[in-house]
Design a protein. Structure first.
Length: 303
């Protein structure tokens, strides 16, 4: 059974706490219900969008027409070094299980909010690793049938995948991990969560880092000459550094504030709107382009 509700606040289902209302809303917990909700919308010729944890999205102030489907929840199983999880399972739960079984490969992603499906679509990562390193295959609904797509076909890149751009709906993710030392992995996970807790205070209204970092090999030599080489980490130019260089820290626009400790963090101070977000993003993009010749790209997804 799928349960359709009306006029649900989008702000209430995103970590940024921004957005008007969605005309229709439906939350599902299994791949089968996810497919059923999509098919229901199609049969009734209702426009629809999907999301999951809501931790990487900016919803529109004017709200959404049609049906918004949320895949959040589900089950998982562990078979030796493999975890097969429904896309809606919180990433934190998948990581906790991997640690419990002494499986290595997800521990650096500790503390990233959202679901394993959302993480796979955007190839979420931290501390030099991303989920694509552990993904073996992804089960999708292509509008006609369920099928498994191997890692290579997902075309994972830095915060990128083909799943982000094609009309495919992620149902399940199969992760292949390596044997590790349970205690060591748990310790590393705790350390990472503690470090992250200093940057992202509990309850902070944000979607994580706002812009993607810049892949150093993708920018020209003349641009690289303007960059302090000491700032490059793991082949990436941190966007936080670029934004700091153009005076982003401490900036305010409407209800958005950029904290003094992190140039690439848009925080909703309470009454921020998607309009504020886009305005500030445009100002900063122009400043970075003018100073460094780099065009910043959002990591967050606008709906
Ligand atoms: C405090 C904080 C810290 C963060 N730190 C990090 C970090 O260190 N590294 C990092 O990479 N990210 C980080 N993020 C961003 C975010 O948590 C990740 O991008 C996360 O993986 C998004 O998952 P989600 O389930 O919330 O996806 P959502 O935000 O709900 O959706 C993201 C996109 O995926 C699509 N999508 C979701 N589920 C499906 C599905 N089943 N099928 C098809 N499409 C789908 C949606 O349409 C949308 O376009 C952070 C966010 C916050 C709030």
């Amino acid at each position: 059974m799928i349960h359709i509700r009306k006029n649900i606040s989008l702000a209430s289902v995103s970590t940024f706490r921004i957005g008007g209302k969605t005309e229709l809303f439906c939350s599902v917990k299994t791949p089968e219900h996810f497919i059923r909700a999509i098919e229901w919308a199609k049969e009734n010729k209702i426009p629809f969008r999907v999301f999951a944890g809501g931790s990487n999205v900016v919803f529109p102030d004017e709200g959404l027409k049609g049906l918004l489907i949320r895949f959040h929840g589900g089950s998982l199983r562990v078979l030796k070094n493999t975890i097969i999880a429904d896309a809606g399972v919180p990433l934190a739960k998948v990581i906790a299980i991997s640690l419990q079984y002494g499986l290595r490969g997800l521990e650096t992603l500790s503390g990233i909010p959202g679901t394993v499906g959302g993480a796979t679509v955007g190839n979420a990562g931290a501390y030099g690793h991303s989920i694509s390193e552990a993904v073996r295959k992804v089960e999708v609904w292509d509008g006609k049938k369920r099928r498994w797509i191997p890692n290579k076909v997902c075309k994972f890149g830095y915060r990128e995948s083909a799943l982000k751009h094609e009309p495919l709906f992620v149902l399940r993710v199969e992760l292949r991990l390596k044997k590790g030392d349970r205690k060591e992995l748990q310790k590393k996970s705790r350390e990472i969560i503690s470090i992250r807790g200093k940057k992202y205070k509990p309850g902070i209204k944000c979607p994580g880092s706002f812009f993607k970092n810049v892949v150093a090999s993708e920018v020209s030599r003349s641009v690289m000459r303007k960059i302090d080489a000491g700032k490059i980490i793991g082949g990436k130019i941190p966007t936080g550094y670029l934004l700091e260089e153009v005076g982003a820290k401490g900036m305010k626009l409407g209800g958005i504030r950029i904290p003094e400790f992190h140039g690439n963090l848009f925080e909703n101070t309470g009454k921020a709107t998607a309009r504020d977000v886009k305005k500030l993003a445009d100002i900063l993009r122009k400043r970075v382009k003018a100073k460094f010749g780099i065009t910043l790209e959002e990591e967050v997804r606008y709906f």
